[in-house]
Write a protein that binds this ligand. Structure first.
Ligand SMILES: NC(=O)c1ccc[n+]([C@@H]2O[C@H](COP(=O)([O-])OP(=O)(O)OC[C@H]3O[C@@H](n4cnc5c(N)ncnc54)[C@H](OP(=O)(O)O)[C@@H]3O)[C@@H](O)[C@H]2O)c1
Length: 307
């Protein structure tokens, strides 16, 4: 296992699977990407999604709505996209303005077009281990474990954060009865007592809380695996800004067996998972029943042989 669990090779491997499936089945996957308002961080991410589409033989159409467009208009647009056979997947950029109810939006997307896997049907499918789509960030963590041959089977795996987007689905994926899952999972949150002691007992510690450098070296066990999902903007003393994770990389890397960097770790993989979901959605629309992860396993297994 390498010390630094970088995301680039994993993203490229997932992209390869997308391209292979598009070519093999002559697919024309099209995503509708909806952004409400023009928050700069969201616009940056949206642009990187748009730039990726042609590289993978996919199409992505952006619809930007005014920040005051209102929930009804957004739901109407989603309902139309659900009915449009030329659109295979829908992604709604978050966060949405406070006037729009997130859960109403999540519920309005056709579960077979739900690229973010936030519809309760898709979250339920994850729980029951008959998933179709995986939410992008939890999937990125799962694929990192697979790619680097880190099997959490029977290991104490601590997830910091219990959001519906990251912590909860990730904890449920880690509980699956399959390779690269089967973990003994503890989920911590802002009301957890003795959080540092729980972290120290982790063989694998995954942080998704959104607090810069929250996890310090005294909170991690020797030789443990540390995976950092957090992306936090900080101001440097010279006035410029930088992105850092939840884990204090410098001090923790000296103690850990392996650690994912920020940037260049989990975040580097999420756009590839989004397109993998789009390709899956196009396969569903064409009634092609394919277990896409088998393709991923073949490509990843080449990597474990090298480790
Ligand atoms: N790498 C990626 O592509 C990617 C994608 C999505 C998100 N992220 C990043 O991941 C982080 C988490 O995102 P999110 O959407 O899950 O955030 P979120 O919805 O704000 O949830 C944060 C979670 O952390 C918990 N928490 C906050 N402060 C804590 C503390 N001091 N001690 C223990 N638990 C604490 C919260 O507990 P309560 O539930 O008790 O409030 C909550 O469960 C953010 O930095 C975000 O930018 C990265």
């Amino acid at each position: 296992m390498p010390k630094e669990l970088t995301g680039k090779a994993i993203a490229l491997a997932i992209n390869k699977v997308c391209k292979q499936l598009v070519a093999e089945h002559n697919l024309k996957p099209k995503m509708l990407l909806i952004q409400v308002g023009e928050d700069p961080a969201s616009s940056y991410y949206v642009q990187s999604i748009l730039n990726t589409a042609p590289k993978l033989g996919c199409e992505a159409e952006l619809l930007t709505l005014d920040v005051n467009c209102g929930q009804d208009k957004l739901l109407r647009i989603i309902a139309e996209a659900n009915q449009n056979p030329d659109i295979h997947g829908i992604m709604i950029q978050k966060p949405l303005p406070g006037s729009i109810d997130d859960s109403a939006v999540n519920l309005s997307v056709d579960p077979n077009k739900d690229l973010d896997a936030l519809h309760p049907v898709n979250l339920g499918r994850i729980l029951m281990e008959n998933e179709v789509f995986l939410p992008c960030t939890p999937a990125a963590v799962y694929y990192s474990l697979k790619y680097y041959g880190i099997d959490p089977k029977g290991k104490h795996t601590v997830v910091l954060g219990r959001s519906n987007v990251v912590g909860k689905p990730l904890a449920n994926i880690l509980l699956w009865k399959r390779p690269f899952a089967n973990a003994t999972v503890t989920v911590c949150h802002s009301r957890t007592k003795d959080l540092a002691a729980i972290c120290r007992s982790a063989d694998i510690l995954i942080s998704a809380i959104g607090k810069p450098h929250f996890v310090s070296a005294d909170m991690v066990a020797e030789d443990s695996v540390l995976i950092d999902v957090g992306i936090n903007e900080i101001q440097k003393p010279d006035g410029s800004s930088a992105y850092v994770g939840d884990i204090d990389y410098e001090s923790c890397a000296k103690k850990a067996g392996a650690i994912s960097p920020v940037p260049g770790g989990i975040g580097r993989i999420t756009t590839s998972v989004l397109y993998l979901n789009l390709v899956k959605a196009n396969l569903i629309a064409r009634n092609i029943n394919k277990y896409v992860d088998e393709y991923i396993d073949v490509i990843f297994s080449e990597n474990y042989k090298k480790l």
